[in-house]
Design a protein around this ligand. Structure first.
Ligand SMILES: NC(=O)c1ccc[n+]([C@@H]2O[C@H](COP(=O)([O-])OP(=O)(O)OC[C@H]3O[C@@H](n4cnc5c(N)ncnc54)[C@H](OP(=O)(O)O)[C@@H]3O)[C@@H](O)[C@H]2O)c1
Length: 235
């Protein structure tokens, strides 16, 4: 089976619907999760779970009764979007903690909770962001930390044949990430940063995720894969 955090919307939803085996998806809102389960004809099971909460992560793990051969950690986001600047230091601290919890703590707790359930030879896919290269308040630093976490986890789980990689997308349209706040001008700016001349889609990410989950990526571990139409390049 597969487990996908943040599987009720956007990228996680698209990956859940593209797989052809049983999947457990998690998220904090029941509505989107139930809609994905319903649309899958029962193949996708869902659980309301805040993956950044240790008790919820433990409850999620307790529902797993077969080896997990793929774990995809899509839970995350930038809580600063659409909000005023945090203002005083308590506001700064609260926004920092919320951003790290949403992106880093959710991934770390989920991996820790599910580690005993991972099949030998399993594949773990984390989600970073191009924001880790650009800055972007506390969201970029949180995603840089996710990418670094993937390296250490890959080293620890490597002896079990478990691969761990981090996909780092640029702008992907048709998700809830921007909470409806993406403007046509901003989208055009982001499109112009690419070499492909277009924005990314959840299906673009699905292809990369399915590859990483497959034996075709059998010697690929400890890496961050940038998926952004050339908006950010590595050598
Ligand atoms: N869209 C982009 O342009 C873009 C670019 C780079 C990276 N990414 C990353 O890609 C991943 C997927 O995002 P997306 O684009 O598909 O946006 P999205 O539609 O907003 O999906 C994020 C999902 O994460 C869930 N989530 C957030 N915090 C959670 C928590 N603590 N526990 C469980 N679920 C949680 C959300 O559901 P609930 O609110 O119901 O919990 C939501 O379903 C994220 O990590 C995001 O940072 C996105």
């Amino acid at each position: 089976m597969y487990v996908i955090t943040g599987g009720g919307t956007g990228i996680g939803r698209a990956i859940a619907l593209a797989l052809d085996e049983p999947v457990l998806i998690t998220g904090r809102r029941a509505g989107p999760l139930a809609a994905v389960s319903h649309g899958s004809g029962g193949r996708v099971r869902h659980l309301v779970c805040d993956n950044a909460d240790p008790d919820d992560a433990a409850k999620m793990a307790a529902t797993i009764d077969e080896p997990v051969r793929g774990l995809v950690l899509c839970a995350g986001g930038n809580p600063a979007i659409g909000r005023p600047d945090p203002g005083d230091l308590k506001g700064v601290a609260a926004l920092l903690d919320e951003t790290l919890a949403s992106n880093l703590r959710s991934a770390v707790l989920t991996c820790a909770a599910l580690e005993p359930h991972l099949a030998d030879g399993a594949s773990v896919v984390l989600f970073g962001s191009i924001a880790a290269e650009r800055g972007v308040g506390f969201y970029g630093p949180a995603k840089a930390a996710v990418s670094a976490y993937a390296v250490g986890l890959a080293g620890r789980l490597g002896p079990r044949g478990i691969r761990v990689n981090c996909v780092s997308p640029g702008y992907i349209a048709d998700t809830e990430f921007f909470r409806g706040g993406m403007t046509a001008d901003r989208e055009q700016q982001l499109r112009l940063q690419t070499m492909s001349g277009r924005t990314g889609t959840p299906d673009d990410v699905v292809g990369t995720a399915l590859f990483l989950l497959s034996p075709h990526a059998g010697h690929l571990t400890g890496q961050t894969l940038h998926l952004n139409g050339g908006a950010f390049t590595t050598r």
